[in-house]
Design a protein around this ligand. Structure first.
Ligand SMILES: [Zn+2]
Length: 248
């Protein structure tokens, strides 16, 4: 019998009855391994310690506004939509930034990103209705549809050769509708330093084929991670982002 690593399905309650990550989204062993590695890396239990209802409301409002317009909302817009005071909103944004759930501009304090989205041109474009967003990484792009319970189209490129990669979803983001080219996959690298946007997210990318992810890895110091089929990467994305708007 083959030895298989047993991972405890660790999670943290982010609002009554809602666990992060949502392990029910994961069916394949490799997606389970990759997700367990991400959970360990981020230490979700610490990251969400004393996560307040105000922070949760600000995070959900921010991501909802982002998804509608395709642009990071201002603290004023978030405060108005969430019916919170400006000061309360800004304090929650600061707290979310310390948890690495939101990225703020160091000087102006403006929102520059909120996982799964960023103002940076990452090359991972997600079309959601009329909005086009930059996803932080390949897994974030794939989790976007299920997070909003809407289908989306993802345009990206092979990190090794630049070939175009296109993924569309079905079932309100819950499953893949099409993957082109068919051999396209995701390398789910595991590396974290300070902030996911500038570490983990840079090593979770699309490739046109497993051969090209291997070629890309050859030139790198850190090759820790998991090769995932598009379907496995979708499972990881759903597990991480579905809880954002989940109700009990
Ligand atoms: Zn390629």
């Amino acid at each position: 019998m083959a030895l298989m690593a047993q991972h405890s399905r660790e999670s943290v309650t982010i609002r009554p009855g809602v666990e992060m990550p949502d392990w029910s989204a994961v069916a394949s062993p490799r997606a389970e391994e990759a997700l367990a590695a991400i959970v360990k890396l981020f230490r979700f239990a610490d990251g969400f310690a004393e996560y307040s209802a105000a922070e949760d409301l600000v995070r959900r409002t921010l991501i909802a506004l982002y998804g509608k317009s395709g642009v990071a909302p201002s603290a004023v817009e978030i405060a108005m939509a969430a019916r919170l005071e400006q000061g309360q909103t800004e304090a929650a944004l600061d707290a979310l930034s310390r948890r690495d759930l939101v990225v703020l501009d160091e000087e102006s304090g403006a929102v520059k990103g909120a996982y799964p989205f960023t103002e940076r041109d990452t090359g991972h474009r997600v079309r959601l209705g009329s909005a086009v967003l930059n996803a932080m990484c390949a897994v974030d792009a794939l989790g976007t549809g299920a997070m909003f319970a809407r289908d989306c189209e993802i345009d990206s490129s092979c990190r090794q050769c630049g070939a175009m990669i296109r993924v569309t979803t079905a079932g309100d983001g819950e499953r893949l509708a099409s993957v082109a080219p068919e051999s396209a996959m995701v390398w789910n690298g595991i590396y974290y330093e300070g902030q996911a946007a500038t570490s983990l997210c840079t090593v979770i990318a699309f490739f046109c084929s497993p051969a090209h992810s291997e070629l890309w890895l050859e030139g790198r110091d850190n090759s820790d991670g998991y090769p995932l089929t598009m379907g496995e990467a979708l499972e990881v994305g759903k597990a991480i982002f579905r809880p954002v708007f989940s109700a009990t």
